[in-house]
Unconditional design. Sequence first.
Length: 148
Amino acid sequence: MATLHNEILVNAPLDKVWTLLTDLERLEQYDPTVKKSSLISREKTGLGAKRKVEMGDGKNWFEEHITEFKPHEALSFQLTDCSFPISRLSHRYSFEVNGNQTKVKQVMDYSVKFGLFGKLLDLLMIRKQSDKGIKKFFLGLKSYIESH
């Protein structure tokens, strides 16, 4: 299993960050790698809420659901299906408030498919691409929140 750690400081109150992250249908508004995010559960937010995300490349997609929902404290997602060579993936957000700024932290754990070949693929490509995508996501989140 691989683990990636990322964080960003957003010049906005926690409530604004939390509201955007927990609105599952708005991901494409701030993540430049996403084409469309659609709700696929009855729950719009909270535990069990589920979305399907179509990537900007036009061929990749994933589905995930919320597995932890502690307002203004922690938010976790678990992948349920995807087109990527990933067998398991979860990501957890936590937050630190400093005045009118919010530090958003993400820890992502994942395992790749294809055994030894998958581990090699992870070392050569998947880990770097995943980390790059998370950084784009965070920059998009920061830019969107600070401009709206």
